[in-house]
Design a protein around this ligand. Sequence first.
Ligand SMILES: [Zn+2]
Length: 391
Amino acid sequence: MPDVDGLKSAVSRAVDDLRPALERTSLAIHADPELAYQEHHSADRLGALLSSCGAPVQRPYGGLETAFSSEIRGGGGPMVALCAEYDALPGIGHACGHNLMGTAAVGAFLALRAVVPKLGGGVRVIGTPAEERGNGKARLIDSGAFRDVDAAMMFHAGTGDELDPLMLAMVSVEVEYTGRAAHAAARPYLGINALDAMVMSYNNISALRQVIRSDSRMHGIITDGGAAPNIIPAHAAGRFMVRSPDNRYLEQLKVKVQRCFEGAAVATGADLQLRWIDQCDTLTTNEPIVEAFSGNAAALGRAMRRRAQSDSHGSTDMGNVSSLLPSIHPYLAIAPQGTPTHSVEFARYAATPQAQEAMIVGAKALAMTAIDLLTSPDLLRRARRAHAGNA
Ligand SMILES: [Zn+2]
């Protein structure tokens, strides 16, 4: 029987030894925020941290220039994946705290390297770019990065210590209308007004919002509304998002929203071009694994709570991973309750000592939970059963 407590103390001490390097890395990533699929420096820094500890790094990974992976195998047995995110938001930098999460995943992996050979099984850290936009994990799934993985884990920076956050299934849609330009006063009757089609569809969606489930969301912007007020707009464009906690209901909403756009095309005579992109699933938190995480976080002094009815968050491509295999994505607080995420304020919090502390706890709790998964066939069995029950 492996000495599980001894192994957990060992990985916890290893994270403490790595702490100065982890803090430097997370602050460097924070100071140099990069957008989806452009996270070259961030991936460099995390790769350098792995290399400096003797861990071989594969990059590019899964066909993505800014994705990477490193793994350690101790023979047969389960494979646990740690997902590292490190992309930022336009204009407001690391306002989602991904500098902390990417670094914590690498820290957990490095701490596990010494003990995994004794346990059998394996651990893989996967650098997963483009969470904020671009669905990096969906592309990595398609490339086979998770094919042999038994469980996937990450922590997310938040405003509370929350085990099972509600993350909505989401899909984006890019819309363009093409009409016909004409002098808006002299011969308007020769024109087809693409902007009218766009405005009608915006209003159609606003009306639709009344008769959908109140837990679902639809929102968007108009990105092109014409060139001049005295020209009937020949082109208009917009981007919208549709979200729901229910993957199946999202499919129904897509049909309804598409009709909003099609109806406006019929009414105006404008041509509609529409592209659904970046669909992600709702997050399914694996109960047995998140219970194990909760126990480990408690041992580190963090009392995790369940989500409250009123809690809501955005969406994540980790949802797609959680549809595929047992996964967890708990939140650890780096900022006081009520601080808006995706804000300048939250970005500032992501570089504070309090945030670094959450990152260290995250790294330790992830590493300890990986030990639970690698040493307890029963935990893995229950995790698989819970996953099958949710599918
Ligand atoms: Zn995020």
